[in-house]
Write a protein that binds this ligand. Sequence first.
Ligand SMILES: Nc1ncnc2c1ncn2[C@@H]1O[C@H](COP(=O)(O)OP(=O)(O)O)[C@@H](O)[C@H]1O
Ligand SMILES: [Mg+2]
Length: 338
Amino acid sequence: MRSLVVDYQTSSGVVHAVNDVSLEIEPGETVGLVGESGCGKSTLGKAIMHLIPANNGQIVLDGQNITSLSPSAMRPIRSKMQMIFQDPHNSLNPRRTVGNLIAQPLQVAGYDKAAISARVAELMTQVGLPPDAASRYPHEFSGGQRQRIGIARALALKPKLVICDEPVSALDVSIRAQVINLLQDLSDKLGVSYLFISHDLTMVQHIANKLIVMYLGRIVETGSAETIWKHPAHPYTQALLAAAPVADPHVMRSRKRFVLQGDLPSPTDLPEGCAFSTRCPFATDHCRQERPILRPLGENRRTACHYDLVDQIESAASASVSSLSRKAEEKYKVGARA
Ligand SMILES: Nc1ncnc2c1ncn2[C@@H]1O[C@H](COP(=O)(O)OP(=O)(O)O)[C@@H](O)[C@H]1O
Ligand SMILES: [Mg+2]
């Protein structure tokens, strides 16, 4: 996908929901797409799926440019791309049985009856639904199981790419890991690629090989999930990490230094220069005047920041850790003297 642009016309102006975004997803790869609510993640997913039109740019699937295909030309390609939504409740017709729901894409694709029932049974096993689920209705199932139904439907036609838009955000915390593990297993077994969308960086880095961090419609940092997770280079990525829970209280507290300040600028009236400059603790006049382009930083990453902040972010974090441990020491001494 290259230089994708998606605008919405609204009564208060044009929303540049996705602005010049390029990304590549290799076969079998999971790419995580993260950013605050409203940064354009769902819009990007829907534009790739052709659920909404792109204003500019190119979408290539399996070597084929599918950007401006007509709906009828898109039909055979639809089976290669599927989407899983946040709320399985809304995307499953309540009046159809689970067996029926999973069979539907196969019927549309022209499978015969015997092939459909064999495939439905296979899919139900793959996603861990009990065999008797086929004759029951979606409302009889828990949120986690409904999401399994959604996954089975999405996988029915053996897609190459599945776009998972916040697939576990609506689920109980206790069952999120199960659904994530299922998705991961299925990717290992079936070689399917995912674009995994979430506002939660911690969760995404568990499942993704590659990360894309978006802010107000643009990529601010992208690269290997490991590099970005361990040594974030963009202050916005750092801020997302600060918002994520961490087991170690020292790390937790040092990260808190980067908690986001101020409000998200209006998407119809973006700031000059770097869109993040209004909330960035490192912003200079240069940032407020000139928008940084996405540039390589090291081997496995690109970042849209004028500066190399990896070390600065890290030394600020470790300085605050040592000052914390010094304080803890002093406290202990005082306690010992008393
Ligand atoms: N149908 C729409 N019409 C107008 N604006 C929209 C529409 N859908 C989304 N937007 C706006 O586009 C921006 C990106 O939204 P979205 O892609 O849903 O973000 P995310 O999925 O990251 O939360 C937001 O500012 C949102 O308000
Ligand atoms: Mg969304």
